[in-house]
Write a protein that binds this ligand. Structure first.
Ligand code: GLN
Length: 547
């Protein structure tokens, strides 16, 4: 049965709990343990799938097709363990399960209450897969004291209480603000947030203290005394220049040691941190730099494309170069000529997105990359726009477009080179959709196989001819246009196994131009950069050497 580490946050939000959880997972792995990470989000959305990227950042998709919190991306990038649908839950989902069961009559006429019905539902969720790993790391979203969070805190309190001693611990992430006027770090907010936790029955075992300044020994002792934790369980967490420094930095600060101590695991297995030393070596000893333009819609919030930014960094690490990603709002190109904006970049990436806004700008970015022979990677919507660009400019379909935009406006303006998919095969089942379906959870979601054309650039980059990649979209490139697009030099280099759905397209007479219907960025890791990103950055390096 797994040991449980519950990670909570106090004082303020955005302290990097997700990153801390992910780094702790990596450290436990380095000591030879198996781990799984899980996120419990107190908001009432059933999942983040329908939330705007501006609200919530990127939606991270799992192999089994769940639309989850972006923290699951951190978990995967740090541990390499593929997240599952059962690793992410929200209060919305919990309540919806409880209400569904109430309607079915499962509770036999009882009055339904937060305790025990909602808390039981949360505890059932925590137990899923508990026999598969040594450690289950569960992060509670939000901050202690949030009204929505209370059932979750109550559930983890009960959970720990029901387990044998030494089976569960609590790590609380807090902030030590620095007051410039007095030149001091302040511990009071941390004391208060621990007090709040203790009031609801949770006594933290470890405090991970975010701070911009070194924490003096006497402050550490004070925190230990007032918060009732051991001094060596007060772990400083300073700001880092890269998130990938977190495992080694937290190790040096004693986090994994404190966790094993709290579980009374002795002797502690020695850690093997070579994977992270190599990652940092590649990161810090990069030779040269390439500039990649990301032409997208949600450029105001970097978290909206979190995995893409990380995958580019990984691609740089694979080539031992630094990747400078610069975000450009696609809408600018609807008003202005893209050339002055895109001149000087070594590669162009058009990411995924929804809705028509900005798409004409993305098409222009694809045109610039194609004509100027700049490496282009189009992801999901970025692939669809590249196909539309070629259809308009080369096939001669002046009003080629995506059905998505006509559905949005209720008009018939485009010839749908990209169309709404109503029925497809996943494994051995057929899935059907209607345009009137609800928005949440109804896209083509999760891992699908693509068969690659031998000799294609995609097959060369992957070094294989069958791949599994994650999807999240409603629309597909229509293969009825395949012949005409192929006559223009477009190669359908990756297809679904039944040959119906284009998964990858590329241009024959171009140094590097690939569009993918899936999201390769979701599977990239610092210690295993995604082959497409590695090859894309390699192509960018070649361009940078020419200029
Ligand atoms: N909006 C497009 C579709 O639904 C692309 C989605 C995406 O880029 N993730 O097909």
């Amino acid at each position: 049965m797994a040991r449980y580490v519950f990670i909570t946050g106090g004082v303020v939000s955005s302290l990097g709990k997700g990153l801390a959880s992910a780094a702790l997972g990596a450290l436990l792995q380095a000591r030879g343990f198996t781990v799984r990470l899980r996120k419990l989000d107190p908001y009432l959305n059933v999942d983040p799938g329908t939330m705007s990227p501006f609200e919530h950042g990127e939606v991270f998709v799992t192999d089994d097709g769940a639309e989850t919190d972006l923290d699951l991306g951190h978990y995967e990038r740090f541990t390499g363990v593929s997240a599952r649908a059962t690793d992410s839950i929200s209060a919305g989902r919990i309540y919806s399960n409880v209400l569904e069961r109430e309607r079915r009559g499962d509770y036999l006429g009882k009055t339904i209450q937060v305790v025990p019905h909602v808390t039981n539902e949360i505890k059932d969720f925590l137990r899923i897969g508990e026999d598969e790993v040594d450690f289950m790391l569960c992060e509670i979203g939000g901050t202690v004291g949030d009204i929505e969070g209370l059932p979750f805190f109550e559930a983890i309190r009960q959970f720990a209480h029901e387990r044998p001693r030494n089976a569960c611990i609590f790590v609380h992430v807090t902030l030590l603000p620095f007051l410039a006027a007095s030149g001091e770090l302040k511990t009071k907010p941390t004391q208060h947030s621990v007090k709040e936790l203790r009031a609801i029955g949770i006594a933290p075992d470890i405090l991970l203290c975010r701070s911009e300044h070194p924490i003096p020994e006497k402050e550490r002792e004070k925190i230990a005394l007032f918060c009732n934790v051991r001094p060596d369980a007060v772990i400083p967490a300073y700001d880092l220049s890269s998130i990938y420094e977190a495992p080694l930095a937290y190790h040096r600060a004693g986090l994994d040691r404190a966790v094993l101590d709290a579980f009374a695991i002795s002797p502690a297995p020695r850690p093997d941190l070579r994977r992270w030393e190599d990652v940092l070596d590649r990161l810090h000893n990069a030779e040269g730099e390439v500039r990649v333009a990301i032409v997208g819609k949600y450029t105001r919030l970097e978290d909206a494309y979190k995995s893409i930014a990380e995958a580019l960094t990984h691609g740089g690490m694979a080539n031992r170069v630094r990747v400078r990603a610069e975000w450009i709002d696609a809408e600018i190109f609807e008003r202005e000529d893209p050339s002055p904006w895109l001149e000087g970049f070594h590669a162009i990436l058009v990411p995924g997105g929804f809705g028509e806004r900005g798409t004409e700008g993305k098409i222009k970015a694809a045109r610039f990359a194609r004509r100027r022979r700049i490496p282009y990677l189009g992801i999901c919507l970025g692939m669809q726009m590249a196909v539309i660009e070629v259809a308009r400019d080369c096939v001669g379909l002046a009003n080629a477009g995506s059905e998505e935009f006509d559905v949005e406006t209720g008009q018939k303006r485009f010839e749908p080179v990209v169309y709404h998919l109503k029925e497809w095969v996943q494994g051995n089942r057929t899935i059907e959709r209607k345009p009137s379906d609800a928005k949440g959870g109804t896209m083509r979601l999760g891992a699908y196989t693509a068969v690659l054309a031998p000799g294609s650039r995609a097959a060369a980059a992957y070094g294989t001819t069958t791949v599994e990649e994650r999807h999240r979209h409603r629309y597909e490139v229509d293969i009825r246009y395949r012949d005409r697009l192929e006559r223009c030099g477009m190669v359908f280099s990756g297809m679904s196994p039944d040959g119906r759905l284009p998964e990858i397209v590329e241009l024959k007479d171009h140094p590097w131009f690939i569009g993918v219907q899936f999201h390769p960025e979701l599977k990239s890791k610092p210690f295993a950069p995604h082959p497409l990103f590695a090859d894309f950055v390699r192509a960018a390096v070649e361009v940078s050497r020419l200029v």
